[in-house]
Design a protein around this ligand. Sequence first.
Ligand SMILES: [Zn+2]
Length: 372
Amino acid sequence: MRSHLTLGRLFGVPIGINLWVMAVAAVLAVSLAQISLPNIAPDHPRSAYWFAGVVGVAGFLASLVAHEVGHSWVAQRNNVRVREITLWLFGGVAKLEGDADDPGSEFRIALAGPAMSALCSLVLAGAAWGTWRVEGSEVLLGLLVWLSGINAVLAVSNLIPAFPLDGGRILRAVLWRRLGRKIRATRVSALWGQILAGVMAAASVWIMFNFALWSGMWILALSLFLFVAARAEWSGAAPAPELLELTVADLRRDLPAPLGPTGSVADAESRLSAHPGSPFVPLADRRNTITALVTRDGISRIPPAQRVLVPATSIAESLVTLPRVEPGETVRVVLDRLGEGRSWWALVTDGDGGLGALVSSDVDGLMEVVTG
Ligand SMILES: [Zn+2]
């Protein structure tokens, strides 16, 4: 069974409405016409309340659509296609075809909805102020204030940094830019989403028993929905189990042959250019034990003309600080030990005395590519 009706198209995007929203809209119209408006503006004919109630609900649905049109408009400007906009129980959803390709677009698309709601709220507040100034209809004034408030609530509540709410998407975009990794950013913001949903659920129980039973129950339902959504995003962004079972041997990079104690910076440089994937050159002491390493960074600090004269030992870094891993260890074990999301190199000591390097970005990149 189709759970929603298509209302029409706006800028080429179909707008659908979930059947539950129709029920909520009916309840809302009744409560506006029977309770809210008569309280705000008493002593008006019933027909005026009913008319304003229906207009109010239409305005409410239009506010939801406006929020989603904000997202859709910016999405299309950032080359993300919008399949449809659907209104359902907890607001609207703009169904995008895929995600933004870069954190900047993601940030703009996510912010556009709350920005649109804030703009609507201001315009409606301005209209309310104008109505008040010309001493226009009290029912109309009450309606405009109510709609302005609804839009303000839409703007603010969507900015809660709980993925997949807009605020959570903004958080993900910021993390994505900082970490350079979308999947990890999704993991962190979806984890936050779950924590915030938990906090909201606890607060809703408190509200239920101390203030307003129905508002509390509504917030509880919303926080449960949020928790489930955040949980799904979180586990969807988890690295595939088979990747964690890959071994160090699968990911190791070859290192150049160790440089002797008399080698120059130029010697280290030529070994690195013969092994472009290697992050460093190992340095051996007189007993042929690997004790230090020379990095590309270290080499770049010596002016090219002097590299032949400067001994490699002068820019060597101690090996003691470098973690060591075995070729048979799995990615899971290595990540547990060295920490996920950090930047590190590890020395791979093969059984036969051979040397390799494991680079954190290889491990990260692998997970990002396959799960992203
Ligand atoms: Zn939104």
